[in-house]
Design a protein around this ligand. Structure first.
Ligand code: NAD
Length: 246
């Protein structure tokens, strides 16, 4: 499905990003693993990707930094010769009720989750325009559509990602670059491990399919949007949430 394509997945050393990297590799893409935390974990994803018979490399970069994202894209193109797929997956949360939320908690989340998508998209745009082809998939969240108490910073950033997706899709369409978003609901990862059992049960009661999502559920949808099967789809946001937000 993706033979000969090159992909960059941000925040790919664990969780949903790791699973997206592996899914793209299973379909034949070479995959660059961006990370900001543990180098060992990024290295183990590189080895898992290579074991699938494609090329991989790891690149440390803060997605919110213009300088670091520019250098990262250069490194990917040097390693693979092209950059066909960008998945903006890196994200953090710093939850707090709005009245208690510190300015720093707001800024950190907006910087990583929204500005990070802007920086990485801008960094790949010249290369994709030169190639006259590209696919960008942004990881938003259903709470960017529905809102969620305690997540003013996160929901604002994820709603912003949906707007950014639509605008970029319009600006890049004439260059054959498609831009879409996925909006996961409640997916079991280290990010959601931090929730209490009570919070998890509360979430479960809101999901019509009566189960939590897995990283694979997100990865398969990202793979579809990054493939030629989605050739006539751009500017869209697909919810992967068991029916939680309709
Ligand atoms: P996670 O915390 O396991 O993974 C996030 C990754 O992003 C980590 O590897 C982290 O090191 C990386 N990262 C953080 N800041 C970064 C930065 N500045 N530069 C580069 N990398 C950075 O979380 P996850 O659950 O796998 O989430 C992945 C994405 O999916 C996030 O954007 C998250 O908001 C979104 N999402 C998750 C859920 C869920 O239920 N897990 C639901 C909706 C959306």
């Amino acid at each position: 499905m993706l033979n000969g394509k090159s992909a960059l997945v941000t925040g790919a050393s664990r969780g949903i990003g790791r699973e997206i990297a592996l899914e793209l590799a299973r379909q034949g893409a070479n995959v660059a693993i961006n990370y900001s935390g543990s180098e060992d974990r990024a290295q183990s994803v590189v080895e898992e990707v290579e074991a699938l018979g494609v090329k991989s490399c790891k690149i440390q970069a803060d997605v919110a930094s213009e300088q670091e994202t520019k250098a990262m894209v250069k490194e990917v193109v040097n390693a693979f010769g092209s950059l066909d797929i960008l998945v903006n997956n890196a994200g953090i949360n710093r939850d707090n009720l709005l009245m208690r939320m510190k300015e720093d908690e707001f800024d950190q989340v907006i910087n990583t989750n929204l500005k990070g998508v802007f920086q990485c998209t801008k960094a790949v745009s010249r290369q994709m325009m030169k190639q006259k082809a590209g696919r960008i998939v942004n990881v938003s969240s259903v709470v960017g559509v529905s809102g969620n108490a305690g997540q003013a910073n996160y929901t604002a950033a994820k709603a912003g990602v949906i707007g950014l997706t639509k605008t970029t899709a319009k600006e890049f369409a004439s260059r054959n670059i498609r831009v879409n978003a996925v909006a996961p609901g409640f997916i079991s990862t280290e990010m959601t491990d931090a929730l209490t059992d009570e919070q998890k049960d509360g979430m479960l009661s809101l999901i019509p399919l009566e189960k939590l999502g897995e990283p694979e559920d997100v990865a398969r949808t990202v793979r579809f949007l990054a493939s030629d099967d989605a050739n006539y789809i751009t500017g869209q946001t697909i919810h992967i949430d068991g029916g939680m937000v309709m």
